[in-house]
Design a protein around this ligand. Structure first.
Ligand SMILES: Cc1cc2nc3c(=O)[nH]c(=O)nc-3n(C[C@H](O)[C@H](O)[C@H](O)COP(=O)(O)OP(=O)(O)OC[C@H]3O[C@@H](n4cnc5c(N)ncnc54)[C@H](O)[C@@H]3O)c2cc1C
Length: 485
């Protein structure tokens, strides 16, 4: 199942106005002078602080002395919708309701369970709104959502970019690789890597009576709610990662205090708890990269570790966002550079030593224990360690009859099981295995000049035996705090 990657880019071409570095006006409709409120439709930045979209919505409401309503919905029919993804999102709802209430803001959360549930809720809510603000996210289903809502509504619709530390609009075209975007980021960073001014609403909206479905979500009813949704119930919730900003911040604190000081060394050691494991919190917007980066800057840790971490969080991550924003073919092999196509053409018919089906791969049933361990980690926890993720992708290229099949399998498994899937990093990370954002290496069968990684050599760079054992213990129901150093 693929999201329509071209839509965003066709749509962007039609965008009427870039209002500021982060704000784009998606319609040319006039404001509703009778509007009773401003709506912020929260789609990807699921947080109350460090949120440029929320801030902009508050500013617009304040300018008009109107109350602000925050609406968040969860539908049952997005690609790969499962108990795992739904649970992670729902775990962040109750805390948002409390936090918004503290700020006097009405927050509505609607869980659309199945076909017979009410539809077009945002459009109905917008009928009495002066204008609507939403999140600008450059891939998966969000560009299409924004296109549709802009077509449907007769009021101004603004999309706000709160994805990265630097606004996506600061990079006007697709960057070739990390080495081309890095100097630009370095130059711009001092202007953006600074504390955030949170806006406060002037008019409270808590007591407004709004005709809109609103689902009560508490920690006690999440599993029941999830079981009632028409989604894939075969992918269970993560036993380790729990959604929400508070859980993200708990992990951030542990990372800053215990892991960051040695990150430069431990990040490539999947057998220990040595990286941030914050990518799922970043993907769902529970944490903003700015909040994390500021915490890293202030941390008591060696500069080498801080630099190594910020390279990943800012340079690598913002390169991915730049890629999906500017490349309409981000979800296909067509997004690869010409040198890759050339080498793939030459090696397309090379004999593959082993061929595995999707089912064998999905169930971690290959001859390669290290690969199976990585797959197991993903199946069980909803995350796969950075270092083995590269190897995971490379091996699927070696074990499938064609590059296209490898690409489709990788995209499907990554997006189905990983909490941080369906993100710009997902598309860029998978294509990286095929040479995107990389350079040619020594020529060899199947891979041609695409960089090759083998389990035999990668497995020697860390304690792979321990990692394999750890994933087996996960399969037996023992989870990190007990099993990882
Ligand atoms: C085949 C493949 C698939 C991938 N799929 C995803 C995905 O679905 N979602 C996802 O967020 N990342 C993906 N990545 C990138 C990377 O593997 C993850 O971001 C990382 O494993 C997250 O773990 P962490 O939070 O502990 O990372 P840390 O090492 O703590 O890094 C900090 C943050 O930097 C960012 N980051 C780290 N590595 C990269 C990278 N290579 N590219 C872009 N940003 C990076 C992430 O936001 C991460 O949370 C993929 C990489 C590959 C090779």
């Amino acid at each position: 199942m693929r999201a329509c990657s071209k839509c965003y880019h066709n749509f962007v071409a039609r965008i009427t106005k870039q209002i500021s570095e982060r704000v784009t006006l998606l319609t040319d409709a006039p404001e509703n002078p009778e509007g009773k409120y401003v709506v912020y439709w929260m789609q990807m930045f699921k947080r109350v602080e460090f949120n440029h979209a929320l801030n902009f919505a508050i500013q617009e409401a304040n300018k008009r002395k109107l109350p602000l309503i925050v609406y968040e919905g969860l539908k049952y029919y997005y690609p790969w919708a499962s108990d795992r993804i739904h649970t992670f999102i729902l775990e962040g709802v109750e805390e948002k309701r409390k936090e918004f209430a503290k700020r006097g803001i009405k927050y509505i959360f609607y869980l659309q369970k199945n076909e017979s549930s009410p539809k077009h809720v945002v459009a109905k809510l917008a009928e009495k709104a002066a204008l609507l603000v939403t999140d600008d996210f450059p891939c998966f289903i969000i560009p299409k959502h924004n296109e549709k809502i802009a077509e449907r509504l007769k009021i101004p619709v603004y999309a706000v970019d709160s994805n990265g530390i630097i606004p996506m609009s600061k990079f006007e075209k697709e960057e070739y690789a990390a080495y081309t975007i890095r100097p630009k980021i370095k130059k711009l960073l001092p202007d953006y890597l600074k504390p955030f001014k949170e806006e406060k609403p002037l008019v409270a909206s808590l007591d407004l009576q709004i005709d809109c479905p609103d689902t009560e979500v508490t920690s006690r009813n999440i599993s029941k709610l999830v079981s009632e949704c028409a989604i894939d119930h075969s992918v269970p919730p993560s036993p380790i990662y729990h959604g929400g900003t508070a859980n993200g911040r708990k992990r951030l604190k542990k990372f800053i205090e215990e892991i960051l000081p040695n990150y430069a060394e431990t990040r490539n050691k999947p057998e220990i708890d040595g990286s941030s494991r914050l990518s799922a919190y970043l993907h769902f917007g529970f944490l903003s990269p700015l909040e994390i980066a500021l915490a890293v800057l202030e941390a008591d840790a060696p500069q080498e570790s801080k630099d190594a971490y910020l390279e990943e969080l800012i340079v690598r991550r913002e390169l991915s966002y730049n890629f999906t924003r500017h490349n309409p073919r981000y979800d296909s092999l067509d997004a690869l550079p010409e040198w890759v196509h050339e080498t793939m053409r030459k090696h397309a018919n090379d004999k593959r030593e082993k061929i595995y089906s999707l089912e064998e791969l999905e169930n971690a049933k290959t001859h390669d224990e290290l690969w199976n361990a990585a797959q197991r980690e993903m199946l069980i926890t909803g995350e796969m360690h950075n270092y083995v993720r590269m190897l995971w992708g490379k091996n699927v290229i070696a074990w499938t009859p064609s590059y296209k099949e490898a690409f489709d399998i990788l995209g499907h498994l990554n997006n189905k099981y990983c909490l941080d899937g369906r993100n710009p990093n997902s598309y860029a990370g998978i294509l990286w295995c095929f040479g995107k954002h990389d350079r040619p290496w020594v020529e060899r069968p199947v891979f041609g000049t695409i960089r090759y990684m083998s389990s035999a050599s990668t497995g020697k760079k860390f304690n792979s035996k321990k990692y394999i054992e750890w994933t087996k213990s996960l399969a037996n129901g023992r989870f990190p705090e007990e099993t990882m150093d």
